[in-house]
Design a protein around this ligand. Structure first.
Ligand code: DPX
Ligand code: MG
Length: 565
């Protein structure tokens, strides 16, 4: 078979495990899309706009390990780049592929459509360089294989997005065939000497402390270290907490698991145990203003062992050039049978009593948040993935106890409202065997609502709980004003517009607990498309965690500027 640049790219995407790529057509990428369509084992999936296309690929990468979005130049790519910033923030290897001007136009002085009206089209590559770990521009078929491989290999290694632009007249040009895929997949191994030294220093750290706990951070999945972290928890027998953004990265049915650590928005007893610990082993955490609850809960200093995806800080020393999973495995092996640290778990069990289950509301009572969350929680099985949008949906999801295998997807570093709708779409394309439940607020939904139409098109039976509390409630708790009120929509009614003449999506509305349980029963029967259940609750009916966390974040935002010296 003769390869073309587009075929080469498609083959590489398939080789790294992609079964789909997401796309929005435009004249700069049409020939490229033809080439990708011709790639065996790689399906093309369409989105309503490029922002959603980027987020769909991001959601796909969450389920599948990597994703790809194909867009047109400038008018498309600049929208997609927002989602690429999100993939960077969330440590997901998403390959953004943009069609680009004809190579003959470069340097010709020509002004082209879709550009900013200047004859220099390099700005998109420059922007992409700031938001990706590798950004390449392909203007000749000869150089294409090396540049494509460089971008994909770097993205996979660094778990960050990459950018490839391909001149529109080069996509179908013949190029050399791909070599073995191992060239892309093989990583640089951990340095054995550094690994040994890091483990020795860590054993010293643990041996000199009694009240040790493990804190799981959100980069753990990207570091492919979830199993190794579980092994370390078992080896140490200590209390294990997850940071909010790392919900579901440690099995919640494991006896060492104690809940979410998030300052005063932590689950019961968890903050007390972490504060009481004299040794916190923090695995791949992100400490930002949100995750530290406005800098009020930030484990740091000599009692913290910080293990990052590629380096470890312990006892004032840094060990760089190792993989977290190798380090954790080696540490567990070294500790095994010699050092256990069960005190934190024992203390937790002493101070925290299991909370009583939330009682069901009377079916005719007005729907409240607690009843809505209770009913959603009942749906969770080991096959469930909950996609929870920025807003009180975060806090509702964090409260849910997960059986082994259940996953929660959050976008806490980037925090782009509206992310959850296209990310759900992408996730569902990647994992049709899972039951996907999305919780999204009314304000967020209004940004990306149209992607529900693609779920209708592909007959994806996801269940979307749209929380209609008439506004931006999380912002209300941080800082209120008229800008937090939004125009109400007939959310349930949207589904008939998306269905048009052939769709099987279902739009339902719940104003009481009884209506919600009826709607859920219908949703579970609808296997031919998405079900959107609009849950109407009061504007200020939110979790107590949101209120306390919102206050902390507001206080951090309100710090006055530093005085000049
Ligand atoms: C904003 C946020 O309705 O959820 O539970 O009612 O808060 P809640 P909604 O979806 O409202 C979301 C709203 C406006 N954040 O409260 S979190 C600011 C913001 C953002 N992303 C983008 N624009 C603005 N996070 C793209
Ligand atoms: Mg809202």
């Amino acid at each position: 078979m003769t390869y073309t640049v587009g075929r080469y790219l498609g083959t590489r995407l398939a080789q790294i495990g992609l079964k789909h790529h997401f796309a929005v057509a435009g004249d700069y990428n049409l020939v490229l899309l033809d080439q990708l369509l011709a790639t065996p084992d790689l399906k093309q999936v369409y989105c309503c706009n490029e922002l959603n296309c980027g987020f769909s690929a991001e959601g796909y990468a969450r389920a599948n390990g990597a994703g790809a979005a194909v867009v047109t130049f400038s008018v498309g790519a600049l929208s997609a780049l927002n989602a690429i910033g999100g993939a960077y923030a969330e440590n997901l290897p998403v390959i953004l592929i943009s069609g680009a001007p004809n190579s003959n136009d470069i340097g010709s002085g020509h002004i082209l459509h879709h550009t900013i009206g200047l004859p220099d089209y390099g700005y998109q590559l420059e922007i992409a360089k700031r938001l990706t770990c590798a950004a390449v521009s392909i203007t000749s078929a000869q150089e294409a294989p090396v540049l494509i491989d460089h971008a994909i290999r770097t993205a996979l290694r660094e778990k960050k997005p990459a950018y490839i632009e391909i001149a529109c007249n080069v996509s179908a040009a013949p190029c050399s065939p791909p070599g073995p895929v191992s060239a892309l997949l093989r990583d640089v191994p951990s340095d054995p000497d550094t690994l040994e030294a890091a483990v020795a220093a860590s054993v010293e750290f643990l041996a000199s402390r009694k009240k040790v706990s493990l804190l799981i951070g959100s980069k753990l999945r990207a570091a492919e270290a979830e199993d190794a972290a579980l092994q370390l928890g078992k080896t140490l027998s200590c209390a294990v907490a997850t940071m909010a953004a790392a919900k579901s990265f440690y099995p919640e049915n494991d006896p060492h698991y104690i809940g979410t650590y998030w300052g005063d928005a932590s689950s019961a007893g968890v903050r007390e145990i972490m504060d009481w610990s004299d040794g916190i082993v923090a695995l791949a955490p992100v400490f930002n203003d949100y995750s530290t609850a406005g800098w009020t809960a930030w484990p740091q200093g000599e009692n913290v062992l910080l293990a990052e995806p590629h380096h470890v800080h312990v006892n004032g020393r840094t060990f760089d050039g190792i993989h977290l999973k190798d380090y954790l495995a080696a540490l567990s092996q070294r500790l095994s049978g010699e050092i256990t640290r069960p005190d934190t778990l024992k203390e937790f069990q002493r101070v925290v009593r299991p909370s009583a289950p939330v009682a069901a509301a009377a079916p005719g009572d007005r729907l409240v948040r607690a009843e809505m969350a209770r009913q959603i929680a009942q749906l969770i099985t080991p096959q469930t993935t909950i996609v929870a949008e920025t807003g009180d949906s975060w806090f509702n999801a964090l409260r849910m106890t997960l059986p082994e295998g259940a996953r929660v997807e959050l976008e806490m570093q980037w925090g782009h409202i509206g992310w959850s709708v296209p990310a759900t779409f992408g996730y569902a394309v990647a994992s049709p065997e899972r039951r996907i439940i999305t919780m999204v607020g009314d304000g967020s939904f209004q940004l990306t609502a149209q992607e529900v139409a693609q779920m209708v098109r592909l007959k994806l039976p996801v269940i979307i709980f749209l929380v209609n509390n008439r506004g931006y409630t999380i912002e209300v708790e941080i800082h209120d004003g008229p800008y937090n009120n939004i125009k109400n929509w007939d959310y349930a009614g949207l589904m008939s517009a998306f269905n048009a003449e052939d769709g099987k999506g279902l739009g339902l509305r719940a104003t009481t607990g009884g209506e919600l349980s009826d709607a859920i029963a219908k949703a579970l029967k609808n296997q031919d498309g998405p079900t959107l259940i609009e849950c109407q609750i009061e504007r200020d009916d939110c979790t107590s965690e949101l209120i306390s966390w919102g206050r902390r974040v507001a206080a951090a935002n309100a710090r006055p500027p530093r005085k000049a010296d």
